[in-house]
Design a protein around this ligand. Structure first.
Ligand code: ZN
Length: 99
């Protein structure tokens, strides 16, 4: 997966912590083929954000953080969400037909 923003390891860690908070509380939901929503955590924020995956494999979010840094905890959460929900395909299971 390509990196779309240059973040310090510290801000990256903070973002990852936030992303895991969203995932733990079930805030991330698929909302179409290449779109997800991030529902608010009660007492933490009040907005539902929309995250979209673009054809060039980058993500976009409608929050302030994305506007500023071109990356945000919502995108981080969606990326983790996708990696957990993508089944691993095994090459060895492929069958060949011989003529
Ligand atoms: Zn965001």
């Amino acid at each position: 997966m390509k990196e779309q923003a240059f973040l310090t390891s510290e801000s990256r860690q903070r973002m990852n912590d936030k992303a895991n908070k969203f995932l733990e509380r079930g805030c991330i939901e698929q909302n179409g083929d290449n779109a997800w929503i991030c529902k608010p955590i009660l007492g933490y924020n009040i907005h539902t954000y929309t995250i979209q995956k673009l054809p060039d494999d980058t993500y976009r979010c409608n929050c302030q953080g994305f506007h500023k840094n071109k990356y945000c905890s919502h995108i981080e959460a969606v990326r983790i969400f996708i990696s957990r929900n993508t089944p691993v395909t095994t090459e060895s299971q492929r069958t060949f037909a011989y003529a």
